[in-house]
Design a protein around this ligand. Structure first.
Ligand code: ATP
Length: 236
């Protein structure tokens, strides 16, 4: 079998003395969409922040694209084409949509322009807002811009933290359709979501995180039929 694009081995992460992740292992294959589901506080954000390097695990190992990345800073991991879109849409409100995208790329101007075009292709709703400041965008458009910023790094794997947060059901559907398109074009995604129902629809596999540990994993279709998943995450 081909080596996974991302593999996380036995990760332990603590905030001061409080353990937030314990012995977490997972894999994402090249081009694969994998969901990370779990309730509020289960450790989803902590795991994504550890993978991109914003948190230093106490134990364990992260391997991306054949390389152990534990000693690398977040920007060094980003240069290996590991993308990260944090929870809460961290965009620059005073910059225009285009400027928000451009500052997220280290490529020369011509290439940067092509990458912006690609983001507009994935998110047509942003194309008409090119010169508008970030603060004028709706919540859904800000989420699209946040994902677009992560795409400017040409990720092979995109870590997405709770993209449905605070969006209306219609906007959630739109954003998830955009994520499906990103995957269809070849980018792998690790999607942390409380909205398990939506996440299991667009992902091939999933891991269920509970109080810092992986308690279940498997194919999305199989997990949708799992009694515990139905009860705890799919509203019975
Ligand atoms: P949410 O959906 O609310 O973001 P989550 O599954 O992403 O939840 P985390 O935010 O990773 O969960 O939190 C995991 C645990 O770590 C929780 O118990 C949380 O209270 C704790 N925690 C998170 N951030 C910190 C922090 N900066 N300092 C101390 N404890 C933290």
């Amino acid at each position: 079998m081909a080596e996974p694009l991302l593999s996380v081995h036995d990760l332990d992460v603590s905030y001061d003395q409080v353990e937030a992740l314990h012995g977490v292992s997972l894999e994402v294959g090249d081009g694969e969409a994998v969901a990370l589901i779990g309730a509020n506080g289960a450790g989803k954000s902590t795991l994504l922040r550890s993978i991109i390097g914003l948190l230093r695990p106490r134990a364990g190992r992260v391997v991306f694209a054949g390389r152990t990345v534990d000693a690398l800073r977040p920007e060094q991991r980003a240069r290996l084409n590991l993308g990260y879109c944090p929870e809460g849409r961290e965009i620059f409100p005073e910059l225009t949509v285009r400027e928000n995208l451009e500052v997220a790329s280290w490529r020369p101007a011509l290439k940067r322009g092509r990458l912006v075009d690609r983001v507009y292709d994935v998110f047509p709703a942003l194309a008409g807002k090119d010169s508008d400041p970030g603060w004028q965008l709706s919540g859904g458009q800000q989420q699209m811009l946040a994902i677009g910023r992560a795409l400017m790094g040409e990720p092979r794997l995109l870590l997405l933290d709770e993209p449905s947060l605070g969006l209306s059901p219609i906007l959630v559907s739109q954003v998830f359709a955009n994520i499906e398109r990103i995957v269809a074009e070849g980018t792998a995604v690790l999607l942390a979501e409380q909205n398990a129902s939506k996440a299991l629809k667009i992902c091939r596999r999933a891991y269920v995180l509970r109080v810092g540990e992986v308690v279940l994993s498997g194919g999305a279709a199989e997990l949708r039929e799992n009694e515990e998943v139905k009860e705890a995450y799919l509203g019975g």
